[in-house]
Design a protein around this ligand. Structure first.
Ligand SMILES: C[S@@+](CC[C@H](N)C(=O)[O-])C[C@H]1O[C@@H](n2cnc3c(N)ncnc32)[C@H](O)[C@@H]1O
Length: 331
């Protein structure tokens, strides 16, 4: 048994193995692997080298990195450490490569690591700056941080950064009904917004909703309050004075934040863009209700999961498209 090392970060989320098994990832796995492998191998330092992965979860990055890159995996959830170790053992790799560690205190000396890998980690943490700072600390000069984000950025770290700057983040829905934006309201704007909530739900209920809304530790649970969020969205978009506080799409915002963090930490950004790859498969290999009979395309990426139809594919074939935000920066 491994003791939990995520004390300081008990609010950090995404430790449920079921949640890490994305439909889109599975369906578009070959295409996503092309993106991830091509990108990583461009920056892989010569041997001998020290490579670590932060927040490795159940080992999803191994599914996408071919050939396999030996490394030290650092993961805070004891359950995920156990699952990942078993997986490595099964595939003939050393399970002891997985270490229980907090991403806020990486168990490596400063300037000792050639490459840090990460996928889908930073935005789920409450202290993205702290975690990024640790990556920079352990990297050697010229060491590279390679980071992937293959789903829509979560609200956690981004909302927390807004709060640190004195703003109150409010979730905003896209037309597809997903929380893809935030309104970052100043205290004065929030008062205006809260008055509308109280008008809509009454004093007691309105105050309760407002409390839930403005408590950072709930931000990743906003999805459980989608009906409310729809009304928040209507309030924000219905008020000229509030509309201007709506951020870009969270994934675009994450990309800007990564650039900003690199800059304040003195790193050089080598790449920061969404990379796409496609792969055709036989329909019989896609036993998924997500794909309607008349559709022949599945797409996965930071802007969501979708299916549709294109001309020009042979009957019985399906085009899978994977997109991932690919970020690389050098110390
Ligand atoms: C969204 S999951 C991604 C896992 C994996 N990289 C993937 O792509 O499937 C984020 C991972 O970071 C880990 N994590 C989050 N905060 C952490 C912290 N403060 N210390 C250690 N691990 C942490 C979680 O336990 C989880 O496994």
């Amino acid at each position: 048994m491994v003791d939990s090392v995520v004390h300081k970060t008990s609010m950090d989320v995404w430790t449920d193995p079921e949640r890490l098994d994305f439909e889109g990832r599975r369906l578009c796995q070959v295409a996503l692997s092309q993106v991830v492998s091509n990108f990583t191998y461009q920056y892989l330092p010569e041997e001998p080298r020290t490579v670590i992965e932060i927040g490795s979860g159940t080992g999803a990055l191994d599914e996408h990195l071919h050939p396999y890159i030996p490394r030290t995996y650092l993961e805070g959830s004891p359950e995920l450490v156990t699952i990942h170790r078993a997986r490595l053992e099964k595939t003939g790799h050393d399970p002891e490569q997985v270490k229980a560690a907090s991403l806020y205190e990486l168990p490596f000396a400063g300037n000792s690591v050639d490459m840090v890998l990460g996928m889908l980690v930073l935005d789920a943490m409450f202290d993205m700056e702290g975690a990024f700072g640790e990556v920079v600390r352990v990297l050697r000069p010229d060491g590279v941080f390679v980071y992937f984000h293959d789903v829509r950025a979560s609200t956690n770290a981004i909302a927390h950064l807004a709060q640190e700057d004195g703003y109150i983040p409010v979730p905003v829905l896209s037309e597809e009904g997903k929380i893809t934006h935030l309104a970052t309201l100043s205290p004065k704007e929030y008062k205006r917004f809260e008055r509308k909530i109280i008008k809509r739900w009454g004093k007691t209920e309105g105050r309760r909703i407002s409390e839930i809304l403005s408590a950072a530790e709930y931000v990743d649970n906003w999805n459980e309050y989608l009906e409310h969020v729809q009304e928040f969205t209507n309030i924000v978009l219905g008020e000229m004075k509030l509309v201007g506080s709506v951020t870009p799409h969270l994934s675009d915002l994450l990309s800007s934040i990564l650039s900003m963090l690199a800059e304040v930490n003195g790193m050089t950004v080598l790449k920061n863009e969404v990379v796409t790859a496609t792969h055709e498969v036989d329909r019989q290999n896609v036993n998924d209700p997500q794909l309607d009979a008349e559709d022949n395309v599945i797409e996965h990426g930071p802007y969501g999961l979708g299916s549709g139809k294109v001309e020009g594919l042979l009957p019985g074939r399906v085009l899978t498209i994977a997109n991932a935000l690919c970020f690389a920066a050098k110390k």
